[in-house]
Design a protein around this ligand. Structure first.
Ligand code: C2E
Ligand code: CA
Ligand code: CA
Ligand code: CA
Length: 280
């Protein structure tokens, strides 16, 4: 009877049950990790085409687990979003990124307008008072709003008045807004009229096949034309080869990000790139 009961239980939404357990456990671990200070930010340069000169950097979180080593965000951000822990964790990311960038600015006696980008989850964006959190992070760090860019996905903004309002408030502060993974979410070009957007980040899945006569190449070309027409910046994500970089430049891309140019790097290394660049 016990066996049968188990079997029945297992066939009754086993995934949901496992996920709840998984989230509860991971949630507890994430809380501990936040208290211990086990999170770090890496920064991946965003570069100009064709020369690869850095023009900014995207903050990417890593979890330095005492037993399991470095854990990438794909393995804990989804659970942090489901448990709501992304709100305090995301606030830490925002503050840490602003503080780090303010340090770079302090070392930088030139005036190149580099920016630091921070990924923001739907949950954070829809939380009441999010724009106040952003302006508080800027003032606490002493970072001018123009140096910050936030990255949100189409899906995070789709169908949410709260998110759209938060973006308007953030934009009014002078912070730039990028649509991340562009083309993969609840894509609606109408969204571009409803929310303030400064930059489109074209998803890696469109860049992978850019050198062939593929549907992706056609779409990536249309996206650069869309961005130019709307007077938006456009960044090609996930550029892994010189051939891709050449092709992107050829079809009009002026900004890119990817392992071909640089992997996510520790803050000190990115500071050297940005500051050295601006002193040239
Ligand atoms: P994303 O925002 O699309 O960030 C780009 C991801 O692509 C990063 O992975 C980066 O390391 C990777 N990448 C960059 N260039 C290349 C390339 O040429 N080839 C390949 N194969 N990958 C490349 P990462 O750091 O593992 O982050 C994964 C995702 O986790 C991010 O995707 C973002 O959605 C999320 N994430 C990272 N940090 C944060 C954070 O602080 N807050 C939130 N809410 N999400 C974050
Ligand atoms: Ca991003
Ligand atoms: Ca992306
Ligand atoms: Ca992504």
């Amino acid at each position: 009877a016990k066996e049968a009961g188990k079997g029945q239980y297992a066939s009754y939404e086993p995934e949901l049950d496992e996920r709840a357990n998984y989230d509860a456990q991971l949630g507890a671990e994430l809380r501990l990790a936040m208290d211990r200070g086990d999170f770090r930010l890496l920064f991946q340069p965003v570069v100009r085409l064709p020369d690869g000169a850095p023009v900014g950097a995207e903050a990417l979180i890593r979890w330095h687990h005492p037993q399991r080593g470095v854990i990438p965000p794909d393995e804990f951000i989804p659970a942090a979003e489901r448990t709501g822990l992304i709100v305090p964790l995301g606030a830490w990311v925002l503050n840490e990124a602003c503080r780090t960038a303010a340090g770079w600015l302090n070392d930088d006696h030139a005036t190149n307008p580099w920016t630091v980008s921070v990924n923001i989850s739907a949950r954070q964006l829809r939380e009441a008072g999010f724009s106040r959190r952003v302006s508080a992070a800027l003032s606490a760090a002493g970072l001018p709003a123009e140096r910050l860019m936030i990255e949100v996905t189409e899906t995070a903004v789709f169908d949410s008045h709260a998110a759209a309002n938060a973006l308007r408030e953030i934009s009014a502060l002078g912070v730039a807004i990028a649509l991340d993974d562009f083309g993969t979410g609840h894509s609606s070009l109408g969204l571009l009229r409803k929310i303030p957007v400064n930059v489109l980040k074209v998803d890696k899945s469109f860049i992978d096949n850019i050198t062939g006569s593929t549907a992706e190449a056609t779409i990536a070309t249309a996206m650069v034309s869309l961005a130019n027409g709307l007077d938006l910046g456009v960044v090609a994500e996930g550029v892994e080869s010189a051939a891709q970089a050449r092709q992107l430049h050829l079809i009009g891309y002026r900004l890119s990000q990817g392992f071909h140019f640089a992997r996510p790097l520790p803050a000190e290394e990115v500071r050297d790139l940005l500051v050295a660049e601006t002193k040239r």
